[in-house]
Write a protein that binds this ligand. Structure first.
Ligand SMILES: [Fe+2]
Length: 133
């Protein structure tokens, strides 16, 4: 993780703010010592993240609908699978889950942002949502 990536900007304030927030949070976790991580990554944090992801995904889905995005269904499948893995990690949370959760979130975000969210942002830049004026 190397800070906020401007190529991910969709122009949607909710999507952009949550992307930025998630990237910043993962950077904090990245820099933390193992002991700090144990304190930081708790079921409560994961539940909070779950809610943020839910909100982010709903905003992305609305955005995709608004601009007639052609890859919406595969993008939504990734979101759904992600929430289900995160829910499992929360349900079975124990000490070992801290590193598992961090690894999962880092890998998922890095790959999803690159493979799905960046093409969406590019699509929107070339073809702004309908009904804007
Ligand atoms: Fe997404």
């Amino acid at each position: 993780m190397t800070g906020w990536d401007a190529t991910l900007a969709t122009g949607n304030p909710v999507v952009d703010a949550v992307h930025r927030h998630l990237q910043e949070l993962l950077e904090i976790v990245d820099r933390a010592t193992p002991r700090q991580r144990q304190k930081l990554v708790t079921p409560r944090l994961l539940r909070d993240l779950y809610k943020q992801f839910e909100g982010l995904f709903a905003a992305e889905h609305a955005l995709m609908r608004d601009c007639g995005y052609d890859r919406q269904s595969r993008h939504e499948i990734e979101h759904k699978a992600m929430l289900s893995t995160l829910a499992q990690l929360i349900d079975q949370f124990d000490e070992n889950c801290v590193n598992m959760a961090i690894n999962f979130l880092e890998k998922w975000l890095a790959s999803h942002l690159k493979a799905e969210d960046r093409p969406l942002a590019e699509f929107i830049r070339q073809r702004p949502p309908r009904g804007g004026g």
